[in-house]
Design a protein around this ligand. Structure first.
Ligand code: KG4
Ligand code: ZN
Length: 389
């Protein structure tokens, strides 16, 4: 175990300041500071508030993680950080902190993709991911079916939502029901008391001619809002538990159906589910049921590792180190719209990847002589704030 890479991971893509430390597949620390309470009264994450909170929480959270793990910063083999996607200003705080620590400590820096991290985190729970891995990634900003032959370098989208992300639909429906923000956990709780068959809400993109692996949750969200409005207009009570359970059932029915189909079609005998919505209790139970029926092995991390955290970033960083992947240069940008196919971000001045083998670490990672040459790009990034990460 001592020769496995010891990596610290920093996550600041949304409202959680997460710092995790792992050694290989072993979780040593998972420190989190959340600004969720500061956003609750606005009904959604306010980017400027999140950035400020990250700035205040960053150093104490890093110190707490090192203390929890019982390791010295000088022992680390690398610093990994979410380079995107997410809120631009929030990402910049994490990326800047990671650069500062990596530079000061003389450690390699790894800018990684938030979405691939949501998949890789399962190595901390269930050991090495099979290759390829079939992953259903469901979060506040994304809903995708992904086939990953190599989680450090090759992630292929099979399908994705064409409108709202699954978590976004949970949050919007919770708002309609007056359940506060974030909505996923509240709907999950209320749904336990309700009847999932009470109301037949639509299952998006499940017709014979619809794309097999794509999702759509916007029509479902509107159907729920119309149903609730009609009840209120008639002066009737809204049965919150039944609406929550019926809505939730519509979401997880489609997610699990399409995920099992993707496994079958691609000859993959296991399914990984990641992202904040993977914390949903009904998604977990229905996925288990359907996977067992189809002879598919299900891998879902415990709920605390499904929602945003630093350990997932450290897990992907450790895998990059273990596989000798190139580290990032110190002009690593934060990319708010980083595509899921870009598992890691080399940095602006990184040499052409075709000029070097995958095991070739960048010679300047300890020197930090780069940076500053592409300042206009960083300014551009700052203007790309979006609401969901
Ligand atoms: O992955 P995540 O923590 O942040 C993003 O990268 O977006 O996902 C957050 C999303 C939110 O939309 C939240 O409502 C949803 O995950 N979520 C849940 C549950 N816990 C969190 N949705 C349904 N059921 C839950 N138990
Ligand atoms: Zn996330």
């Amino acid at each position: 175990m001592a020769d496995e890479p010891l990596v610290l991971g920093i996550e600041t893509s949304c409202d959680e300041t997460g710092v995790g430390i792992v050694r290989g597949h072993t979780l040593l620390a998972d420190a989190i500071a959340s600004s969720v309470d500061e956003h609750a009264r606005y009904g959604g994450v306010v980017p400027e508030v999140a950035s400020r909170a990250h700035l205040e929480a960053m150093v104490p959270t890093i110190q707490r993680a090192l203390k929890d793990a019982g390791v010295a910063a000088s022992d680390l083999d690398g610093i990994a950080v979410t380079a995107g996607p997410g809120l631009a200003g929030a990402l910049l705080v994490g990326v800047s902190a990671a650069k500062a620590y990596a530079y000061a400590l003389g450690k390699p820096l790894y800018g990684v993709n938030h979405l691939a991290s949501h998949i890789c985190v399962d190595q901390l729970e269930h050991g090495a991911l099979p290759e390829p891995t079939m992953a259903l990634l469901v979060s506040g900003g994304h809903s995708s079916l992904l086939l990953a032959p190599d989680i450090t370098s090759d992630v292929r989208p099979l399908g994705a939502t064409i409108d709202d992300a699954a978590g976004e639909a949970f949050d919007k429906v919770a708002r309609v029901l007056g359940l506060g923000f974030p909505g996923g956990p509240a709907i999950d709780r209320h749904a336990r008391e309700g009847d999932p068959k009470a109301i037949a809400f639509p299952r998006g993109l499940t017709g014979g001619r619809d794309p097999v692996y794509d999702f759509s949750f916007s029509g479902l969200k509107t159907a729920v809002a119309r149903w609730v409005e009609a009840r209120r207009r008639d002066g009737q009570d809204v049965p919150i538990a039944d609406v929550a359970a019926s809505f939730q059932e519509a979401v997880v029915d489609v997610l699990t159906r399409k995920a099992v189909r993707a496994c079958r079609d691609n000859g993959v005998d296991h399914l990984m589910i990641g992202g904040g919505v993977a914390a949903n209790s009904r998604l977990r139970s229905l996925a288990l049921e359907r996977c067992e029926d189809a002879g598919i092995r299900l891998r879902v991390p415990r709920p605390g590792l499904c929602t945003d955290n630093g350990a997932m970033v450290a897990a992907l960083g450790a895998e990059m180190v273990a596989r000798g992947r190139a580290s990032s240069t110190f002009d690593l940008p934060a990319d708010s719209s980083l595509p899921v196919t870009e598992v890691s971000v080399p940095g602006h001045t990184h040499p052409d990847p075709h000029d070097q083998g995958p095991g070739h670490a960048h010679p300047h990672t300890h020197g930090g002589t780069h940076g500053g040459t592409h300042d206009h790009d960083h300014v551009h990034e700052l203007s790309k704030d979006n609401l969901y990460g």
